[in-house]
Ligand binder design. Structure first.
Ligand code: HEC
Length: 238
């Protein structure tokens, strides 16, 4: 394992570099009753407190503050969205997640787990409800958030698997030009974004493709505390 397993943590936007309590995040997810992270980010977690149906963002999707189209932010590919109501071409949706104090515009999947569900371009209190606050094991303050907004109905899919299949095809095509295909389980969800900052530039991916491959690798990543699996690619280790 050496030092690399603990040093490659992403830096919260606007915050100082800090290790995250990813293990706590996974424990939380496990407590919600799903065996794997992928399964957890599929319906069960989001539906726990919901009356609506759960659908998923087919790709990077614009999030609107109201049906008139006021911009609110962007939802990342595969994010579970609770559909509150559907009116013609638009659906009113809810996103349940966590934000870090000082970086309130980013909605993550769980406390200490830096899988981005949505990024808000504007702080609109009417669309963002803040719940319980709690600290991760390194003293980072997180708050539970619920964001409501509108997305185009055409950006929603009923099942998430096709989103990850599309991501896998892109990953397999574009990430094997210089080395053998790496395995998602070589790194944890919190380690991947740092590596991908460099690799997606090397693979010349668009912003939407970067979001898709990043989310795919994070959702299928190694859980902290379990050994890395899969062959290490060739090339010098950093
Ligand atoms: C233009 C060549 C190129 C492309 C395209 C490329 N990589 Fe790499 N990758 C490298 C090189 C070179 C290394 C060796 C380490 C270094 O120089 O950073 C590497 C290393 C890695 C590592 C190991 C990192 C570590 O710290 O052990 C991973 C994981 C990885 N690449 C993933 C990807 C993914 C995912 C993609 C597609 C988005 C990708 N690479 C596309 C050149 C490339």
């Amino acid at each position: 394992m050496r030092g690399r397993m603990t040093t490659k943590m992403s830096t919260p936007r606007g915050g100082r570099p800090r290790r995250s309590s990813v293990a706590a995040g996974f424990r939380l997810l496990a407590a919600l009753g799903a065996g794997t992270l992928a399964a957890t980010l599929a319906p069960s977690a989001a539906m726990a407190q919901s009356s609506g149906t759960t659908e998923f963002a087919a790709g990077s999707a614009p999030l609107l503050a109201d049906p008139q189209g006021t911009p609110l932010g962007t939802v990342t590919p595969g994010t579970p969205l609770t559909v509150i109501k559907q009116t013609g071409r638009l659906a009113e949706v809810r996103i349940d997640g966590w934000s870090m104090a000082g970086a309130e515009t980013v909605v993550f999947a769980a406390k200490g787990l830096r899988i981005v569900l949505a990024e808000l371009s504007a702080d609109r209190p009417a669309n963002r409800t803040v719940g319980a606050r709690s600290e991760d094991q390194y003293g980072g303050v997180w708050e539970q958030v619920t964001v409501t907004g509108w997305v185009s109905a055409s950006d929603l899919v009923a099942a998430v698997e096709p989103v990850w299949q599309k991501a896998h095809v892109l990953f397999a095509q574009r990430c094997t030009k210089c080395h053998a295909l790496h395995q998602p389980t070589e790194f944890t969800a919190n380690q991947w974004p740092h590596i991908l900052q460099i690799m997606t530039k090397r693979a010349v991916l668009t912003a939407d493709q970067t979001a898709l491959v990043t989310k795919y690798l994070q959702i299928h990543a190694r859980q902290p505390g379990t050994p890395a699996t899969g062959p290490k690619g060739p090339g010098p280790r950093r």
